[in-house]
Design a protein around this ligand. Structure first.
Ligand SMILES: CC(C)(COP(=O)(O)OP(=O)(O)OC[C@H]1O[C@@H](n2cnc3c(N)ncnc32)[C@H](O)[C@@H]1OP(=O)(O)O)[C@@H](O)C(=O)NCCC(=O)NCCS
Length: 151
């Protein structure tokens, strides 16, 4: 994406009216309010109560310190507990070890493989599909996500 496309997308996410299809949230350090990344829910389907999660920690020096996982856990809690979603999926390029490890740590399970799903530097790459459903989250968190009914 170009910088302009990214800015336009962020503007459209924050100004769109009606039922949201995207929820984009910043990840800030508690000390100093420095913005270091984002997490979000995308392609939200309110009939089947599912959406795709994504996360990004920008500065390489901020990666591998637990911020991505902390932010994702807060996002999943919001998704299952407050928004009443039933399932959340994600996909990751097969050689993205950090993301695969982070998703497994956060409770996602690996599903199938999308072969040749993305073109990176003129090379086709496979993507792995992951998902987490409400009952997985209930097992992880106990009764916190028990109701399934949006508050
Ligand atoms: C993927 C990403 C969001 C994870 O956030 P993070 O804050 O770096 O991850 P965490 O510190 O919470 O670590 C989660 C797990 O991943 C592991 N991990 C982190 N970086 C890793 C790396 N480079 N290689 C292997 N494992 C790694 C951690 O060790 C940890 O597992 P452990 O506790 O069992 O050891 C972040 O690294 C990132 O933004 N990467 C670039 C963008 C990207 O790939 N986004 C996802 C696209 S699907």
């Amino acid at each position: 994406m170009t910088l302009k496309e990214e800015k336009d997308w962020l503007t459209s996410v924050s100004t769109r009216q009606g039922t949201p299809q995207n929820l984009a949230l910043g990840v800030e350090l508690k000390r100093g309010n420095r913005l270091i990344g984002s997490v979000g829910l995308h392609a939200l389907d309110w009939v089947h109560r599912r959406g795709m999660s994504g996360s990004f920690i920008g500065p390489p020096t901020m990666r591998g310190r637990g911020y991505g996982t902390e932010a994702k856990i807060l996002l999943l809690d919001h998704a299952f507990r407050d928004l009443g979603l039933e399932s959340i999926w994600s996909y990751v390029i097969r050689d993205n070890d950090a993301s695969i490890r982070a998703l497994k740590k956060q409770g996602y399970r690996q599903g199938g493989v999308f072969r040749h799903a993305v073109l990176v530097s003129s090379q086709w790459k496979d993507c792995l599909y992951f998902d987490i459903v409400r009952e997985d989250w209930q097992r992880i968190c106990g009764s916190k996500a028990a109701s399934g009914i949006p508050r």
